[in-house]
Design a protein around this ligand. Structure first.
Ligand SMILES: N[C@H](CCC[C@H](N)C(=O)O)C(=O)O
Length: 283
């Protein structure tokens, strides 16, 4: 059995997308890792499967898997790509789809960009989650390597946002995994390093849980804006300047986080039967 896929990305954060709404598909961790492999597979940061849902007005359930096979409940860049795909298929200017974190709504924005309402941030220590009761505005237990205590934010997935003077100088490959796997984060965490440039602009680089350094992180950009506002560093709407480009994030007064940015469809293809049953191959 082979599977058609689409290769998409949001600012270089790339995805293999499979529409399994008519033929269910629940790949094993090994299959996901094999498909995500940049030499022997298609290569991607996240593997996205659209699953059938009977909920009225909801077009699909979006299953998110990191390159390491782990499942995540939010992926902002993939949400924009899936929102665009669903709108292209329906001919409508909006799409609603569900993730493990809740219901998302995508709409068209100007210049071919897509806006996704990523919902309300979760700010309580237990919602991040953190290992013990902690002030999420300054998580002291995570201090390491000269980096001041981060802000913890959950956007459906856990994030730790470190504010730094120079984002370019952060040794991501060295400190990323230390913080991702820090015992303060029982479900691990996505790690953002943010340099505030102005009240409406932040330079941010990211080490993603389950994927490592990526060109962009949509949920991480949302978490970064929320963290900056909580610290009084920016306005409630700002541009997040990532390695792969810029996202515009707004934390509205009625507690919704709106993310706007581009989407791209790079190519389509077909997974070989060997790749789809990678578990057999890797045994
Ligand atoms: N690595 C994330 C999932 C992908 C998030 C990112 N690609 C985005 O655009 O939000 C996690 O394990 O929570």
């Amino acid at each position: 059995m082979t599977r058609e896929f689409l290769k998409m990305h949001g600012l270089g954060n790339d995805f293999v997308v499979i529409d399994a709404r008519t033929e269910p598909y629940r790949p094993s961790d090994a299959e996901v890792r094999a498909i995500a492999d940049r030499r022997t597979g298609v290569g991607c940061d996240q593997f996205i499967v659209l699953e059938k849902t009977d909920a009225p007005g909801v077009d699909a359930f979006m299953r998110i898997r990191n390159a390491d096979g782990s499942e995540a409940a939010a992926c902002g860049n993939a949400s924009r790509c899936v929102g665009w795909l669903l709108m292209e298929q329906s001919g409508r200017d909006g799409a609603s789809f569900r993730t493990a974190a809740g219901l998302l709504h995508a709409t068209r924005a100007e210049n071919g960009r897509i806006t996704v309402d990523m919902g309300a941030p979760r700010l309580d220590w237990a919602a991040i989650p953190l290992a013990s009761p902690t002030d999420t505005l300054r998580v002291e237990t995570v201090e390491h390597g000269g980096f001041a205590a981060p802000v913890a934010v959950n956007m459906g997935n856990p994030h730790a946002v470190f504010f730094v003077d120079d984002a370019e100088a952060v040794p991501l490959d060295e400190v990323g995994p230390v913080f991702e796997n820090h015992p303060a984060f029982p479900e691990r965490a996505n790690i953002e390093f943010a340099q505030v440039l102005s009240p409406t602009a932040i330079r941010m680089r990211v080490w993603e849980r389950g994927a490592g350094v990526t060109q962009a992180c949509g949920s991480g950009s949302c978490a970064t804006l929320v963290a900056a506002v909580r610290r009084g560093l920016t306005d409630r709407k700002a541009d997040i300047i990532l390695d792969g480009g810029t996202l515009t994030i707004e934390w509205t007064e009625d507690d919704r986080v709106l993310m706007t940015g581009p989407v791209a469809l790079a190519f389509s293809g077909r997974l070989s039967a060997e790749l789809v049953s990678a578990e057999l191959v890797s045994e």
